[in-house]
Design a protein around this ligand. Structure first.
Ligand code: AMP
Ligand code: MG
Length: 408
């Protein structure tokens, strides 16, 4: 058996980051920047008010309070997007809305809550405000010419907003990987039709497509293939060859890579690909077929539903993130108190238990089993939000400590 870290290192050797392309900012979330973004203008571009209220000269408010109010004329109203018609004079105010530019001559804002209308065109001020009160200066977020983001940064929603605020509509990023997904097995069917004897429904393809999308990639659903060498070969060639409509950057298959008589994926990949057949020292998901097929990485995941998801987590997901240019490709882990015993026999493997892990009021994490732990019992995977990593040995007693990989 190959130790997990060796198997992961073996896979990582063949994975490289995808080329840089120009992408519409609206399509760039989760992608990794491949250029420097600078502010061409100051943000905000002009001094503006942080509050709805009145632009004043602070000197006109000296000594004012709830018991010493002053009534002043309202010379104009300045909405966001407008500018004051003239400079503010001493002894007057201008009504102003959040985001509107500070009128020339004004040096403070008094918020509307500290004023009272006095007829239609006057207002009573009920507080003293200092110079600069509620004024957001030009360049308060970014000075013109500042470098903001650089290569390697993953674009979050806030990054997208900042980049839009400096007027950019496209960005240079590493291409979003297109990942082909197909499942294989004569026993598989799809949809509500009554199951025939021996049939089960295909659950791997939908869950792997969802995992691919959750990783930030584009999934290409290549369908369900029969256990038939010719059908599998033509599907692989169709997804990868020169005549492929839009070739994929990686392929993920499920089923057909074990030791059974009808494991035809294994035969076809053995013939066409440059494959590593690994027995990884983990449970579930021991068998892994990883290799290069016509220059494209292919992950032949085991068919058991939990195994295929765990194998995706440990091998395919980090690879796809690397292709996207991410440097942080591992799920975060926490140390949790085991509420249930996580026992296992020594067998040379690292076991991954499906657990529900939650921080308690005291801040410490607690992990409990999410349900049946068979590799066919997908409901526990659905309830779990973590995989407890149980090293070889007898396992962890209730009350013991266990490392948990967080899945979301
Ligand atoms: P295999 O890896 O093809 O030998 O399949 C191992 C087990 O996983 C068998 O019980 C299959 O029926 C089951 N299996 C394979 N593919 C799928 C799938 N796409 N959805 C659900 N179960 C599957
Ligand atoms: Mg099969």
């Amino acid at each position: 058996m190959t130790p997990l870290d060796e198997a992961q290192a073996r896979v990582a050797r063949d994975i490289s980051v995808l080329p840089v392309v120009d992408v519409a900012l609206a399509d760039a979330r989760g992608l990794v920047l491949a250029e420097e973004i600078s502010a061409t203008e100051a943000i905000p571009p002009f001094a503006n008010t942080a509050m709805d209220g009145f632009a004043v000269k602070a000197a006109d408010t000296v000594g004012l309070s709830e018991s010493n109010v002053k009534s002043l004329p309202v010379a104009a109203t300045v909405a966001a997007g407008a500018v004051a018609p003239r400079p503010l004079e001493a002894g007057e105010v201008m009504r102003i809305m959040t985001g509107a530019p500070i009128p020339d001559g004004a040096d403070a804002i008094i918020m509307v809550e500290l004023t009272t209308p006095d007829g239609d065109d006057r207002v009573e001020l009920r507080a003293e405000v200092p110079v600069g009160n509620h004024i957001r200066p030009a360049g308060d977020d970014l000075q013109a010419g500042t470098a903001i983001f650089g290569p390697g940064e993953e674009l979050s929603p806030a990054h997208i907003g900042v980049i839009a605020s400096v007027g950019r509509e496209t960005v240079k990023v590493h291409r979003r990987p297109r990942v082909g997904v197909f499942s294989t097995g004569d026993e598989l069917t799809v949809g509500p039709a009554a199951l025939q004897p021996g049939q089960i429904r295909d659950s791997n393809r939908p869950s792997i497509v969802a995992l691919v999308e959750e990783a930030g990639c584009e999934a290409v659903n290549l369908g369900l293939l029969r256990d038939d060498e010719a059908e599998i070969e033509s599907a692989l060639r169709g997804a990868l060859g020169d005549d492929a409509a839009t070739p994929v950057d990686a392929l993920v298959t499920s089923g057909g890579v074990s030791m059974g008589d009808f494991d035809f994926v294994k035969r076809v990949l053995g013939r066409l690909g440059d494959m590593n057949w690994m027995q990884v020292a983990i449970k579930p998901a021991k068998p892994l077929a990883f290799g290069m097929l016509m220059g494209t990485p292919i992950f032949g995941l085991p068919g058991n539903p939990v195994s295929s998801m765990v194998s995706f987590e440990l091998f395919a997901r980090p690879s796809l993130l690397t292709m996207m240019g991410r440097s942080n490709i591992r799920r975060p882990t926490v140390t949790a108190l085991a509420e249930d015993a996580l026992l296992r026999p020594p067998d040379g493997k690292t076991h991954f238990a499906r657990v529900i892990v939650e921080p308690e009021a005291d801040g410490a994490w607690r992990a409990r089993l999410a349900g049946g732990q068979g590799s066919h019992q997908l409901t526990a995977m659905a309830r779990a939000n973590g995989l407890a990593v149980i090293p070889d040995g007898d396992g962890v007693q209730a009350g013991g400590r266990v490392k948990v990989m967080l899945l979301n």
